[in-house]
Design a protein around this ligand. Sequence first.
Ligand code: GDP
Length: 332
Amino acid sequence: MDLLTTGLVVLAIVAAAALAWFVFVRRTSDVARDITVPTGLGGRLSRSRDTLAKALAGAFASGPLDAAVWESLEEALIGADVGVAASTRIVERVRSAGPASVEEARRLLRAGVREALGDRSREVAGAGSPCVVLVVGANGTGKTTSIAKLAHVFERGGSSTLLGAADTFRAAAGAQIRTWADRVGVDVVGGQEGADPASVAFDAIQAARARGKDYLIIDTAGRLHSKQNLMAELAKIRRVLEREAGVVGEVLLVLDATAGQNGIAQAREFFATAGVTGIVLTKLDGTARGGIVVAVEEELGIPVKFIGVGEGLADLIPFDPDQFVDALLEGS
Ligand code: GDP
């Protein structure tokens, strides 16, 4: 390579890097900038928090920090849906540090729960133009509501969004997503009941491109005649999106936090085909036990990116482990 060619190659690399920075970093930070966490996350998690606080108070009430305390502590965490493996590990960490007082043990416990959540990236990818967000999950988990809430997050952050209604199996799905889209103020591209979902995805991406949208969120069926059909359909939608968009920015799996371990088992079914990149954990405000966040990440190895804490449009918030652990263990 002569000097001129080398110079041109370097210039092209620098230009590509600058463009990538502009498209990805600027877009994600735009979104992040305007996401405000509802005040009083602790209030939303109050049922989880109170149950856990009571169990922990019970565990620590027995006096000296002995084997009985560690056992009750482990039971309290398992009872909060933290999962057996993580609960055992967290308690072992507290015990082996040899806390001299209950206060110290509580501090270590908090640190242990926080550590269990790790430091994975929880940002929404901005890759692709438009950035395609494929949303999968079983019916009833809160998929439709979460899609609307997510569109609201993007729009509020200044990113234009289009919805693709590719659940053509359930008669009401299209109408339901349109009602939500009207509330958010975004358009929907859909198809007739029974239409090929992959062709709806194809139409949606063409429309998103033609209209210069930043994000395209695609809804998918949560149930078909058989599980094999459902997985084959998801794989086909994914193939079409990859072919048309080059890359699928995010595949978000919606999980109902109140389903506990059953939800985790159900999630595994989606993994192999859908290539899940993040979890949306819904209904944490209800009767769910907050520790499920730890179990989900531990057992699925995928970051929780958003949590649902209510039925309103603003009730989907980016998952922040520090804030969450503080809210969950408030008063513990
Ligand atoms: P889909 O069948 O998975 O599309 O589920 P929907 O989006 O229709 O939601 C099912 C029900 O769960 C609806 O009544 C929603 O209002 C409710 N829901 C969804 N997310 C949340 C949440 O974060 N908190 C609460 N309390 N309810 C939720």
